[in-house]
Design a protein around this ligand. Structure first.
Ligand code: PEP
Ligand code: CO
Length: 461
């Protein structure tokens, strides 16, 4: 029985409006905001409640170590990137990574994209100052394509509520293409030989890693056919390709306008995405985001950084998952390599001993940001891998389950993160730095990371 309504006292899709709103954007024209919200309320949903419930079931199994969640995509999706080639290459890298993980972990992998709505970004400063024509100009920061545009002009940076409706439409176009590709058999796991996994043969990896990788690709197709021949029950699960969507639910105007009841189910669903999450900067217990998220039926994530205290995390669990339901709450920890060994264990121990049901995920990207001497934001492959490896060790030691990972990545050949077998150096960063926000793993770095993660997870079991 769904008892959501018993615990949602005082909650409505709009109750967040009377709580303090962190990282809210000041729209100059409130009437235009109301109009955009009205349009969003009337447009059809992007996802359905039964897809959301299906994901919730998978996440419940991931909590118990029966599945593994791979979540990834751009830091900031842009409207301009709503193109067949970009979407296809994002799907392809997520599929290939999931294949590596399926093979290494021998369990089904749940694929969740940071796409079809990852258009809103919290920024450390509300304004940005640049030198233009010899004088300093201060404009609102770029908050993502859902709010304003990246170009440094007063017009582009003015928050425009009509962008919420454009964002919704681009999310719909993205999803439509993804659904068509999946239905058309784009990603049949029985044909990994078509997937161009060959770069490892010439990447500068150690001979041992290369040999392991070669073995894996050689065995994969045969392995699946063999399991199928044996009538393995799980083979369908292992090979069925499904994608779920997720994004940071930063714009509560956008999220609440697409939150509604559906026939024959209790409670409200946020139908803009399957799996929204609250960012590290907006997860205050008394803030508007926690208020909005506590009442929706979707599975939800919360980012947890190194400054979070165990008591704060427990309080978040109680507020966001008062009935302690399976598959409801993912804690996406992003401690940073230097802090993870110290900061993660007390939180995991406290949550575990309080009996709180959560899906432990690791985001090894957001705690590992550095700025080069020439002012470019980057992340090192080694720090990202190091945080993942340490997180695996922490969970192994405490007897808890690391059930998923969260990456910023792209299927394109960008140069935003340093390191990896393909050897992107600091000097290469400017050659193809395309992210309007945080640096992403490129295609080769992401695939290599999946492989090394699969080794780290297997070792810690
Ligand atoms: C993000 O995921 O892009 C992000 C801003 O993360 P965090 O909230 O963890 O800083
Ligand atoms: Co980011």
């Amino acid at each position: 029985m769904n008892t959501a309504s018993n615990t949602n006292s005082g909650w409505t899709p709009d109750s967040w409006r009377s709580a303090p709103l962190a990282h809210g954007v000041e729209y100059p024209d409130r009437q235009a905001v109301a109009l955009a919200e009205k349009q969003l309320r009337e447009l059809p949903p992007l996802v359905t409640s039964w897809e959301i419930e299906r994901l919730r079931g998978f996440l419940a199994e991931a909590e118990e170590g029966k599945r593994f969640v791979l979540q990834g995509g751009d830091c900031a999706e842009t409207l301009a990137d709503c193109k067949a080639s970009t979407i296809t290459s994002k799907l392809k890298i997520l599929l290939q990574m999931s294949l590596v993980l399926v093979h290494g972990l021998k369990k089904p992998v749940v694929r969740v994209g940071r796409f079809a709505g990852q258009y809103a970004k919290p920024r450390s400063s509300a304004t940005e100052t640049r030198e233009v024509g010899g004088s300093k100009v201060t404009l609102p920061s770029y908050f993502g394509d859902l709010f304003n545009s990246a170009e440094f002009t007063a017009e582009a940076r003015r928050p425009d509520p009509a962008l919420m409706v454009r964002g919704y439409k681009h999310a719909a176009l993205t999803l439509n293409f993804i659904r068509a590709l999946i239905d058309g058999g784009f990603a049949d796991l029985h044909h990994p030989e078509y997937w161009d996994l060959s770069f490892f043969h010439h990447a500068s990896l150690s001979e041992q890693v290369r040999a392991e990788y070669r073995r894996m690709t050689d065995n994969l197709a045969d392995g699946l056919r063999f399991m199928e021949a044996l009538g393995e029950k799980t083979v369908d699960d292992l090979t069925r390709v499904e994608f779920f969507t997720s994004h940071e639910g930063l714009s509560l105007e956008y999220e609440s306008a697409q939150t509604r009841t559906v026939p024959r189910r209790e409670g409200h669903y946020n139908l803009s995405t399957h799996f929204p999450w609250i960012g590290e900067r907006t997860r205050s217990l008394t803030g508007a985001h926690a208020e909005f998220f506590r009442g929706i039926r979707n599975p939800i994530g919360v980012k947890i950084g190194p400054k979070a205290t165990p008591a704060e995390v427990i309080a978040l669990c109680e507020k966001l998952n008062p009935l302690n339901e399976r598959g409801r709450l993912a804690l996406i920890c992003r401690m940073g390599k230097p802090s993870v060994a110290q900061a993660l264990p007390p939180i995991v121990e406290a949550v575990h001993s309080a009996g709180k049901r959560v899906l432990w995920m690791c985001d090894p990207m957001h705690g590992n940001q550095i700025t080069t001497s020439s002012g470019i934001k980057t992340r090192s492959f080694d720090a990202i891998l190091g945080e993942l490896e340490e997180t695996c060790r922490v969970h192994a030691r405490l007897g808890t389950v690391l059930g998923g990972v969260h990456f910023e990545l792209t299927g394109e050949d960008v140069t935003e993160c340093i390191g990896g077998g393909a050897g992107v150096t600091e000097a290469d960063l400017s050659s193809n730095y395309a992210s309007p926000c945080d640096p992403r793993l490129n295609y080769q770095q992401a695939l290599e990371m999946a492989f090394l993660l699969s080794r780290a997870l297997s070792k810690s079991r």
